[in-house]
Design a protein around this ligand. Structure first.
Ligand SMILES: Cc1cc2nc3c(=O)[nH]c(=O)nc-3n(C[C@H](O)[C@H](O)[C@H](O)COP(=O)(O)OP(=O)(O)OC[C@H]3O[C@@H](n4cnc5c(N)ncnc54)[C@H](O)[C@@H]3O)c2cc1C
Length: 478
């Protein structure tokens, strides 16, 4: 049975060799600090049995015919791309933001496309390696990171020009059995609770940068890998339980200190011409994912803002109606970009469909530049209370609780309990470590807005637009 349970996933993690460090100490993968982040991943296993989600989550492996979790699948049709997008929006509603698991889905898709292209051009066997790995990944319902972003050192210098060659992960040795790699990947989401690290290049490489053009999959507890994590989760509640407070996240510096990777786990090694294509193909898939998950974030902000306006009795105020409409437009335009990217998808030699990257990029860009604005709308309409709300213990204290209940009242008919719950949620969501994380993730995750602009320019046919201008102005061809 390829579909595994959340408990089976957690058991796997417990069996792994400890190589995770967090907040000053070495921890095991069942450390209580990781409970909430791991809950987010557990959700993706439970969701295959959820009546509202299972049709989106359960699909079939084209390699074995077995039922698999869509988070482990590759997109073999336009329909698959639509479903991926919808699945992400609906799943994010449940965990209050990023489900995290889509990153590996996008990397698998990109590895599948590019390993085939390399084989077709160079006569290598990377795609066979990839398909064997995919079978194993799907058959065990694995969770993977995307270890793409190198630490990068001096941003203006290329990998080969850095003062230390390890600032971009690279191959330091090749043997008949495999390769040895050294370097570190930065910001790696899910680092402490993945089965595998899926490693791909950050950027295009030049002819003399073959050692940096490397892609592979490696078990996360392999000797030489050190995962240094920062864990973020909503504030702990005392009694006032809420679904949002069950989930957290962790991002890591993943250090590869002379890590051996067997050849059968290698999907690119030295083919520098394909490094940029792999990096951009991953980005194209991942930005398509954002066109599903980011509208979910907008939905959460929009719904919360509308509710706080209603509870405060100001939901009909013209400026509020107007700002809510703006949020509707942002969310649906981002989603529409994803639909367009899927509708214009292309089948590649591997059989995998790639979304039209211009539209993945426009959607992701629009989401990235609006995230602070969306939180701004929520903050301005919620007023200051999310930042000054007394602690939950004061609501539970018989000396202070009744006062707080009396003085939180707003629109008649809305109970103090509802108001307390809503403002505590807004505080946890937007005025907290988790809120700060989500803002930065909203700007940079999947690539900073400047990178989407670069992606759009790379694919855009600007000449054809100049031709329109020439025609309308009556200018003969230059
Ligand atoms: C919450 C979160 C989760 C993430 N998860 C993952 C993950 O799981 N896996 C993964 O691989 N990555 C992940 N990322 C990384 C993400 O893709 C990067 O943050 C993003 O690509 C930007 O890279 P950077 O953070 O190194 O910023 P920088 O490279 O430092 O860029 C910052 C800014 O500097 C400028 N700049 C940088 N380089 C140049 C240049 N050469 N020329 C001119 N200007 C330049 C640009 O204005 C850019 O916006 C995550 C990021 C965040 C915030």
């Amino acid at each position: 049975m390829a579909l595994k349970t959340a408990d089976e996933y957690v058991e796997r993690l417990k069996r792994m060799k400890p190589n995770v460090y967090a907040h000053g100490k070495k921890i095991k993968r069942d450390d209580p600090m990781l409970e909430l982040p791991i809950n987010t991943l557990k959700f993706t296993f439970d969701a295959v049995n959820d009546p509202e989600l299972k049709d989106l989550l359960v699909t079939e492996s084209h390699l074995t015919g077995e039922k698999i979790n869509r988070f482990t699948s590759v997109n073999l049709s336009i329909e698959d791309l639509y479903t991926q997008q919808e699945m992400k929006r609906k799943c994010c509603h449940r965990v209050g933001g990023c489900t995290q698991r889509c990153m590996a889905t996008d990397t698998l898709n990109a590895m599948g496309v590019i390993s085939k292209d390399i084989d077709d051009e160079k006569g290598t066997h990377y795609h066979e390696n990839f398909l064997e790995f995919l079978k194993y990944y799907q058959g065990n319902d694995l969770v993977g990171s995307t270890a793409q972003t190198d630490v990068k050192g001096n941003r203006k210098a290329r990998p080969s020009q850095q003062q230390d060659p390890d600032l971009y992960l690279h191959v330091v040795e090749k043997t008949s059995k495999g390769i040895v790699v050294r370097g570190a990947k930065n910001h790696i989401t899910m680092g402490p609770y993945v089965d595998e690290h899926l490693v791909i290049p950050t950027r295009a490489m030049t002819k003399d940068e073959g050692d940096w053009a490397v892609a592979f999959a490696i078990p996360a507890d392999t000797d030489g890998i050190k995962i240094i994590s920062r864990i973020v989760a909503p504030r702990k509640r005392v009694e006032l339980a809420a679904p949002y407070n069950n989930y957290g996240v962790s991002d890591s510096v993943v250090v590869f200190d002379n890590v051996f990777v067997p050849w059968e786990r290698v999907f690119m090694c030295g083919e520098w011409e394909f490094a940029g294509r792999l990096a951009l193909t991953f980005a194209g898939f991942h930005r398509h994912s954002y066109c599903g998950c980011k509208p979910a974030v907008t939905d959460i902000i929009l719904g919360t803002t509308a509710l706080v306006a209603e509870y405060s009795g100001v939901d009909k105020a013209a400026h509020i109606v107007d700002e809510l409409t703006e949020l509707m437009i942002i969310g649906e335009l981002v989603y529409a970009s994803g639909i367009a990217a899927a509708a214009k998808a292309k089948k590649t030699a591997s059989g995998i469909y790639t979304p039209k990257f211009i539209y993945s990029n426009t959607g992701r860009y629009l989401a990235g530049i609006n995230i602070y604005h969306e939180y701004d709308v929520l903050a301005s309409i919620a007023g200051g209370l999310p930042s000054t709300l007394p602690a939950e213990e004061d609501w539970l204290n018989p000396d202070t609780g009744p006062d707080l209940e009396k003085y939180i009242q707003r629109k008649p008919g809305v109970s103090a309990d509802k108001l307390h719950r809503l403002f505590r949620f807004i505080s946890d969501y937007s005025c907290s470590a988790m809120g700060g994380w989500a803002l930065y993730a909203g700007v940079h995750g999947g690539g900073s807005p400047v990178m989407e602009k670069i992606g759009i320019r790379a694919e855009y046919d600007l000449e054809s637009k100049k031709q329109i201008a020439r025609y309308l102005a009556g200018i003969k061809d230059d």
